[in-house]
Design a protein around this ligand. Sequence first.
Ligand code: 5AD
Ligand code: SF4
Length: 469
Amino acid sequence: MKNVTASEMNQQMAYSEQVKHLVTAGDKTPKALVITYGCQQNENDSERIRGMLKQMGYDFTEEKEEADLILYNTCAVREGAEQRVLGNVGALVHEKRRRPNLLIGICGCMMQQEHMAKTIKQKYKHVSFVFGTHTLHKFPQILWTALNEEKTVISVEDSEGVIAEDVPVYREGSPKAWVSVMYGCNNFCTYCIVPYVRGRERSRQPENVLAEVRELVQKGVTEITLLGQNVNAYGKDLPEDIDFADLLSQINQVEGLKRIRFMTSHPKDMSQKLIDTMAACHKVMPQLHLPFQAGSDRILKEMNRRYTQTQYLDLVARVKKAMPGISMTTDIIVGFPNETKEDFEETIKVLEAVRFDSVFSFIYSKRQGTPAAIMEDSISNEEKHANFDRLLEVQNRISREINDSCFGKTFELLVEGESKTDENMLTGRTPEGKIVNFPKEDGISVGDYIHVTVTKTNTWSLLGEICRD
Ligand code: 5AD
Ligand code: SF4
């Protein structure tokens, strides 16, 4: 049974009521701070955590000193993110000493690893509770136990994963929202921890996805991003005959919805049907995130990616043919075990051939328990870093050239909010997903669709002015 049963959800509801009764007994509303690391899937999980917290009577704060509960939703994809969480949690020991009633929790992918949960229990005794990815829906029960017990509550279940519909979601009032279509991953790329901490691929029922999209539209959302580790595998595990392209077509028909994006696609599973569907569905934005990870066929094989450079480039050519002008983004790992200078040159070759709008590049990070962690590696850190710097240099030039070619062009923008760097500016995205900042003006607010002409270009963003023609 993949779906969490109604009786289990009712049980959690009862815990939720009990927690609410307890924490709202005083005259002050308790405050929670949820800190999220990692990918959009984690952001989406944090929205569920906030939904449950709200139901349990909590308000939210951004200040640690003000919080009655601090929860870290963690990422395990690279070591750096794990070290930061451990550092931040470690530093909270003084705050906990000052305020013994402060609750500190850690959840998410990092905690789903057995050795990590153990480390927390042994070395971070000021942490009140820990839970993994498979017990997210049991948060009310976990919190209730933590409120009533002195020792650290650990809820990490070894599981292939479940789907918990009906967990309340708390989203910031934004015109954009994420919607998960599936969870987990079956691909076992040899460097990646995700299949171990997120469980097997499991798709939500199409009617549940559609209901969520419709509800969001009713609340004023006009752009949604469909999420999954590998959305191209959608439907494979469902009894009905449906794939991701079919789901996209159905969502494209939702009235009031204007923009659809999705991530992530695995090149080995991206079908011509999906390409044709993207091209045919006018709400699906001209943007595709298609990680290639490495250019060398030998490294791709070692990574268990199950495509070659030629196959990847052929796929990109078909995508570009169906959707000329589409914006492409990708993920790249530099410094996989024994990636030589010659191997790395193949990655640069792909960059030059595809000309991605932007690239998310990472230095390989060894993950305990993955096949790559025990692979021999004779490449020095200096060489890896030199390759990484070269990759950035090449890609920055390409991103800059693509952005420069936007000069003088007019784009439709969804206004998303105030610019992060200038309070006199608003910011929005083009259909291709490019950020454009423009001066604030009366009558223009978040959620509006407007036209903007690009007046200045940078490597990472564009500057524009409102176009009234
Ligand atoms: N080291 C470095 N990068 C990694 N990624 C996944 N696992 C690792 C790792 N062990 C990157 C991949 C993936 C992105 C989300 O994170 O590029 O697409
Ligand atoms: Fe990790 Fe590969 Fe699955 Fe992506 S497809 S989550 S890189 S195992």
